[in-house]
Structures are given as structure tokens and as C-alpha cells.
Design a protein around this ligand. Structure first.
Ligand code: HEC
Length: 170
């Protein structure tokens, strides 16, 4: 090794050593700051505190006469929310958006993705009546499980068929 090489090697080693020392210093500093800030922040989170209180609290809450027991009141089930749950679909597009897209929108759980022509072509080739039947009665193929009517048995057969038409037309 020439003298120049030796010199370069020495300088290089020192620079490398300094960088490693600096990295260790930054790491130690980050740990030090993190221990005092990060965990304290997490513990102060009201949602965390609430969930901990829920887990370590008494299993039952008791109403005490003469005190404010309003927190224990059971919320009445309003008819407005119960009618909102049973959404009535009016078209195949609406059924698709509300009942089929959950799986077919992104191709969840093996469901053929709406608009993915390569995935749909072999299925469409089976014929519309087969697709209608599989959508209505459910279907277990190699890809996954298609639940009857996509789990919305409250929807009429005609609307499900319209949803199949809509999905295969995308
Ligand atoms: C829980 C997820 C899920 C929902 C919700 C869902 N599907 Fe599916 N669907 C699947 C899966 C998985 C397959 C693929 C089954 C296979 O080929 O293995 C499938 C396949 C299909 C097929 C093709 C069947 C065949 O013979 O190849 C049609 C048509 C279909 N779904 C229509 C619908 C319609 C219409 C809706 C809404 C009313 C819907 N799906 C909702 C999961 C779902």
C-alpha cells in the first residue's frame, strides 16, 4: 500500500467512526426524548383512558337514589334509525352501490372486481341465467363464497338481477 493509500484509509476510518458515533448519539437522544414525551402523550389520550376505565371498572353500574343517574339511562330506539337501516333500493345501480360494492368494488375475499373484464369474461360466458341464479341463491366457486343476494335477502329478485346486469356492464 502506498503512503497515499494509508493516509486515505486513516482519514476514511476516522470519518466513518465519527458518523457511527453520531448515529449512536442521535439514536440515544431520540430514545431519551421519546421516553419522556411519547408514552406520556399516549397515556393522556382520552380514548385510551376511557377504554382502560371501562376494562378496570366495576362490571355493573348502579343507580343510587337521590343522585344524578342520567348516565345510566337506556337510550330509546328511535323509529327513525330503524327505518334508515332497511334501505329500500330502487334500481340495480343502487343495489350494487349498497350491497355488492363492499366485495365486488375492490375484489374483496376473491370476489371478481366490477369492471375487471378479464375476471368477468369467463363468468359472463356461463350465461346470464347462471349468474342470476348464483347471485340469488349464493355460489361457492374456487375463488371464494358469494353469499345469497350478497347477504341482502330483503332485496327483491328483480333488483338483484338488475344489480348483476349493472355489475357485468361496468
Ligand atoms: C361478502 C362478499 C360479497 C358480496 C357482498 C357480494 N358478492 Fe358476489 N361474489 C363474491 C365472491 C367471493 C364471488 C366469487 C365466487 C367464486 O367464483 O368462487 C362472487 C361472485 C359473484 C358472481 C359471479 C357468480 C358466478 O357464477 O361466477 C355474481 C353474478 C355476483 N357475485 C353478484 C353479486 C351481486 C349482484 C351482489 C350484490 C347484491 C354481490 N355479488 C355481493 C362475494 C360477494
Amino acid at each position: 500500500m502506498s503512503k497515499q493509500d494509508t493516509h486515505f484509509f486513516n482519514v476514511f476510518s476516522v470519518v466513518l467512526g465519527l458518523l457511527v458515533a453520531f448515529a449512536i448519539l442521535v439514536f440515544a437522544l431520540a430514545r431519551y426524548v421519546g421516553r419522556h414525551e411519547q408514552n406520556a402523550q399516549v397515556l393522556k389520550d382520552p380514548m385510551l383512558q376511557e377504554s382502560v376505565a371501562g376494562r378496570v371498572g366495576l362490571p355493573a353500574r348502579i343507580a343510587v337514589a337521590g343522585q344524578d343517574n342520567s348516565a345510566l339511562k337506556i337510550a330509546p330506539v328511535s323509529t327513525a334509525t330503524s327505518t334508515a337501516v332497511a334501505v329500500s333500493f330502487k334500481s340495480g345501480t343502487e343495489v350494487f352501490e349498497g350491497a355488492c360494492k363492499a366485495c365486488h368494488g375492490l375484489g374483496i375475499a376473491g370476489a371478481p372486481k366490477a369492471g375487471d373484464h378479464a375476471a368477468w369474461a369467463p363468468r359472463i360466458a356461463k350465461g346470464k341465467s347462471t349468474l342470476y341464479e348464483h347471485a340469488l341463491k349464493g355460489f361457492q366457486g374456487t375463488a371464494g363464497v358469494m353469499p345469497p343476494k350478497g347477504g341482502r335477502t330483503d332485496v327483491s329478485d328483480d333488483l338483484i338481477k338488475a344489480a348483476v346486469d349493472h355489475m357485468t356492464s361496468l
